[in-house]
Design a protein around this ligand. Structure first.
Ligand SMILES: CC(C)(COP(=O)(O)OP(=O)(O)OC[C@H]1O[C@@H](n2cnc3c(N)ncnc32)[C@H](O)[C@@H]1OP(=O)(O)O)[C@@H](O)C(=O)NCCC(=O)NCCS
Length: 188
């Protein structure tokens, strides 16, 4: 299994950065567990608000098979988190599934697509993975567009893949491969 080396901070020229979770970020992570809709359409009911601190104590949220990084913006403010989880089909090699949640006040400012592009750079740099995938909801136009701007391509509709808000719902599956073109917005 690949291990994600998070000893370095990744940044682009807009000031959006990814960095490891720190103690002061635990309050934000707790909020995502107990504030309905703060996390967006992925809200799936209340979760144990003590879990983020327990996980932080184990490995600082920097596991070999899954982890989280804080999306940091101007004046070192935490705007949200990105996540990565190792998944495997058949065979010996794994791929990454990524996720993101920005706090509402930071949405719609060009941070989400950049953070996901940075996470791809980070994972492709520090692990040999060929594939990074991300799922989103048919009604989540912001995430669809953010993924496309981060260099992802739509693979298709995954029917009835999640039970959410009282019903089974379809999802959209996106991927970015190591040798796909880099995000057009960052080219040249
Ligand atoms: C989804 C999310 C990560 C997108 O990040 P963001 O910073 O808000 O989006 P960006 O500012 O980078 O915008 C990327 C593109 O989406 C568009 N966009 C942003 N918000 C939009 C909205 N509410 N409706 C339609 N398009 C939107 C932007 O205009 C931009 O496209 P453009 O350059 O062609 O104009 C962020 O809104 C978020 O955290 N939402 C809640 C959690 C969530 O839904 N996570 C994903 C779960 S699958």
């Amino acid at each position: 299994m690949e291990s994600a080396d998070t000893s370095t901070t990744t940044s682009d020229d807009t000031g959006v950065r990814l960095r490891p979770v720190g103690e002061p970020d635990l309050a934000m992570l707790r909020r995502f567990c107990v504030e309905p809709w703060l996390i967006g359409l992925d809200w799936a009911g209340f979760r144990d608000p003590g879990a983020p601190a327990r996980r932080f104590a184990v490995d600082g949220w920097l596991g070999a098979d899954d982890g989280r990084l804080v999306v940091e913006v101007e004046r070192d403010q935490a705007a949200g988190i990105v996540s990565y989880t190792s998944r495997r089909n058949s065979g010996p090699a794994s791929y990454w599934e990524i996720g993101i949640a920005l706090l509402p006040e930071w949405r719609g400012r060009g941070i989400g697509w950049r953070a996901q592009a940075l996470l791809c750079d980070y994972l492709f740099t520090h692990t040999p993975a060929q594939r990074i995938q991300a799922g989103t909801h048919p009604e989540n136009v912001a995430e669809q567009r953010a993924l496309e701007k981060a260099g992802f391509q739509l693979e298709g509709v995954v029917r009835a893949c999640e039970f959410r808000a009282g019903a089974w719902r379809d999802g959209y599956l996106y991927s970015r491969l190591r040798d796909d073109p880099p995000p057009a917005a960052l080219a040249g």
